[in-house]
Design a protein around this ligand. Structure first.
Ligand SMILES: [Zn+2]
Length: 215
């Protein structure tokens, strides 16, 4: 399975849109959009992608999979499921971390007794889309503070050119990377080509409405 097939699966599920004309929340324009929420509607594709994530590791050496709420809960379950299918004995557990606090004080807590699964265990951290890597980094820090050994950070998509350094020096395994190059409206090559703006995702609809009101 190569990165093109992964992209096909993600775009088939509507999770990645490419070759379009998108208006981002920032107001900048670009050609690609990542909509992870639409992936989780499709259990077959989600399972297949998580099987690929799991395939990179020696299942017998992963004790626990953990992901941050909300998407990471789904991924943690499916990745652990596929690791268990590969194990020769024992069991890989699936847990999740929850957001606590806001802004600078935001943490990723492991509660509900799941924290007891971490000390001295090999832990695989999973995340759907890395934009800045902030949430994943907090999960990694929490796992280490609890005495867990983080094996790697496995992600569906790295869209922010996040490096190992950005996530507390953890090895990142990404199924795919998406280059979200963007431009200010006045310098947008797609506007210049008069390519129609995508009104289904991002802020395209509001952008056209506003422009219509001005004209
Ligand atoms: Zn444009």
């Amino acid at each position: 399975m190569n990165k093109d097939s992964v992209m096909q699966m993600l775009s088939g599920a509507g999770a990645i849109i490419v070759d379009s004309h998108i208006v981002y929340t920032s107001g900048r324009h670009g050609s690609a959009y990542v909509n992870k929420d639409s992936l989780y509607l499709h259990t077959g594709t989600t399972s297949e992608l998580c099987k690929l994530m799991a395939s990179k590791y020696d299942a017998d050496k992963i004790d626990v999979v953990v992901g941050p709420t909300v998407g990471g809960v789904v991924l943690s379950q499916w990745v652990a499921h596929h690791l268990n299918a590969k194990r020769s004995s024992g069991e890989t557990l699936s847990i999740y971390a929850e957001k606590e606090g806001e802004g600078e004080d935001k943490k990723m807590d492991i509660k509900r007794g799941y924290d007891l699964c971490i000390p001295n265990k090999n832990v695989l951290v999973v995340e759907d889309v890395l934009t800045t890597g902030g949430s994943a980094k907090k999960v990694i820090e929490t796992v280490r503070a609890l005495g867990g050994n983080v094996i790697a950070l496995s992600v569906l998509c790295n869209r922010g050119n996040v490096s190992d350094k950005d996530v507390a020096d953890t090895k990142i395994d990404a199924l795919t990377t998406v280059n979200l190059e963007s431009w200010p409206e006045e310098a947008c090559p797609l506007c210049e080509k008069k390519m129609p703006i995508n009104t289904s995702v991002g802020k395209g609809k509001a952008f056209l409405e506003k422009r219509g009101a001005v004209v």
